[in-house]
Design a protein around this ligand. Structure first.
Ligand code: HGY
Ligand code: MN
Ligand code: MN
Length: 416
């Protein structure tokens, strides 16, 4: 397949301006973003993305999970499209680039093809997947998961946020529920550009991450039940302190993850204490333990040891404990042909590159189950992400988007 010439590159200033424009929607309080899924800000960001895609001559598809598909026609309308994209939703204290770089990097490919008046045999479709973050409605990668047949749509629609609002109702409320049946699209391939969200590429001084694998993820929601009581007048031996039990369990989570050093990780990012009053011993603690590893056996071992430890701690303290699996996916091997297209593109363009395993989960991890898939990564400052101070350089964004452009266009086959 004819590959783009090495001098065919994206317009970095235009990409950067689009990133900064999108970042104005759903601003955070410290320079990042709070554009959580299915909020009015998410709706605004979707509208801006749709306007830009239509200005670039695309037609927009929308499915029943709110997934967006901006299509640039190919010369062969029967050829399966090459898809490229990521997500526009952010964490509550998110950065400007997590997900957004992958969606707008895809749009920049279409804009560059228009500039160069290049036609491709396969259509190219830029995608925004609904609710990648899973912070408002668990689990993460919810809509790409429904698209890939991993989750049932009705189950997804019933997922509730902390205020008891359902995914399905909120999707209708913001006006972004489409008619197209989710999962009905066949793909020639899928590519996703994403910031690394870890420190490796920057520390190694490498421009581009060629993502060969994605580590697996496990989310176990733990509910510990004790007894609300007065923090002043209740003698220590009589207490049933759910907060203390949670603390002891989280110490064990740290110990379990470190026992599988250096690759396994574990923590709890979601923690709710009830009644959360200064002078009441917490009678209930609900928290989600996030374990990850590139090896499935390690994930299973960490899940099992969490349950044994938590039950021992709670039995000893006279408390109840329950577990619910609220998210997870097995480690991912990306498609070798697509990974090679990414690596060859970096070589052709003269960017330094290295193989890397994705530490974070991405929509590509589910789409990999239904189409040949690969990812491109760029460094981020101090490896920081899921923090409003998340930062990348324009050069890093350009390197990642150039490699994405070449991998996608080579796979979509330039028509001379
Ligand atoms: O949780 C993750 O890894 C992703 O950022 N949603
Ligand atoms: Mn992301
Ligand atoms: Mn994220």
């Amino acid at each position: 397949m004819a590959a783009p010439a090495a001098n065919m590159t994206i317009n970095a200033d235009r990409l950067w301006d689009s990133l900064m424009e999108m970042a104005k929607i759903g601003p955070g309080v410290a320079g990042g973003n709070n554009r959580q899924t299915l909020t009015d800000a998410d709706g605004e960001g979707r509208a801006l993305f749709q306007r830009w895609c239509e200005e670039a001559g695309c037609t927009m598809g929308l499915d029943t999970m709110g997934n967006m598909f901006a299509r640039r026609e190919g010369t062969d309308p029967d050829a399966l499209p090459v898809y490229v994209g990521s997500h526009l939703d952010t964490q509550p204290t998110g950065g400007k680039y997590d997900g957004v770089l992958g969606v707008l990097g895809g749009l920049e490919i279409l804009r560059t093809l228009n500039d160069l008046d290049i036609k491709t045999k396969h259509p190219i479709v830029v995608t925004n997947w609904t609710n990648e973050e899973g912070t408002r409605f668990a689990p993460a990668m919810l809509s790409s998961g429904v698209f890939a047949g991993v989750h049932a749509q009705d189950w997804a629609y019933a997922r509730e946020d902390a205020e008891g609002k359902s995914f399905g109702d909120e999707l209708v409320r913001i006006g972004w529920k489409g008619d197209e049946e989710v999962g009905g699209r066949e793909m020639h391939a899928f590519f996703e550009l994403h910031i690394e969200q870890g420190p490796i590429l920057e520390a190694e001084g490498i421009d581009v991450g060629v993502v060969t694998h994605g580590q697996g993820l496990s989310w176990t929601q733990v509910t510990v039940t004790g007894k609300d009581a007065h923090t002043g007048s209740t003698p220590m031996p009589m207490r049933k302190n759910a907060g203390l039990a949670m603390a002891r369990i989280l110490e064990k989570v740290e110990e379990i993850a470190l026992s599988h050093a250096p690759h396994a990780v574990g923590a709890a990012g979601h923690i709710d204490i009830y009644p959360n009053s200064r002078n009441v011993i917490p009678g209930k603690a609900v928290f989600t333990v996030d374990f990850r590893s590139p090896e499935l056996a390690v994930i299973r071992d960490m899940e099992a040891r969490l349950k044994v430890s938590a039950e021992e701690i709670c039995t000893h303290m006279g408390l109840e404990v329950e577990f619910e699996k609220v998210g997870g996916f097995d480690p991912v091997d990306f498609d070798e042909t697509c990974v090679a297209a990414v690596r060859n593109a970096a070589d052709r363009l003269g960017y330094s590159h290295m193989n890397i395993i994705s530490g974070a989960g991405h929509d590509a991890c589910w789409i990999n189950q239904v189409a040949p898939t690969a990812m491109v990564m760029c460094p981020c400052v101090d490896g920081l992400s899921h923090n409003e101070a998340e930062e990348i350089s324009k050069d890093w964004a350009k390197a990642g988007a150039d490699v994405l452009f070449h991998a996608v266009v080579e796979t979509a086959e330039i028509v001379e």
